[in-house]
Design a protein. Sequence first.
Length: 218
Amino acid sequence: MSITDAADRRRQPAGQPTKTSRFPRTDRRRQRVSDVLARRQPDLTVVLEDVHDPHNASAVLRSCDAVGVAAAHLVYQNETPPEQVFARTTSASTAKWVETIRHDSVEACYAALREEGFTILATAVSAESRNLYDIDFCLPTALVFGNEMRGLTEEAIARADGRIVIPMMGMVQSLNISVACAVVLYEALRQRRAAGHYDTAKLDAQTHERLTEEWLLR
């Protein structure tokens, strides 16, 4: 499912009152929204599998927004999702700016991502994992992060196209999931900035204009 499809699912039903923004729709705000959308990277995404802590989930969405990730994918089969983090109605929620797309299973999530042309990389410590800094993040990439205690399920790892690991120099071999996500995303940002990915809008004009109007009401 594309970002366009995900947004379509959230449109207000016909006959419902038109939502009004608590922010004035000034030219300055419109330009700000338009500039942010122009830097969105629809070919870079994050998958969260059973991340249950609201602070971690919220921090992940903030990192996604910061580097221009347009949508995050959610798979919850063993944990209850922190709904307040993913609610658009929460004024401080970054979910207002990052689409959240839900899937019933890892298999369904990965199938949807592959249909969009993504290479799926699971974050996991193993002998088969490649160093984060050896990955070309300028290609369409989906990064998969798992539960705070258990990490990713075997299914999520096995079905991925590859595995990556953050190099660690200390006694501890892993980072908090939200920190790990930020580290990986900012390496992707570094590569993409150097390659000019933020210099040209990737959203088509129609999607850009529609999202601009929607964001002005949030």
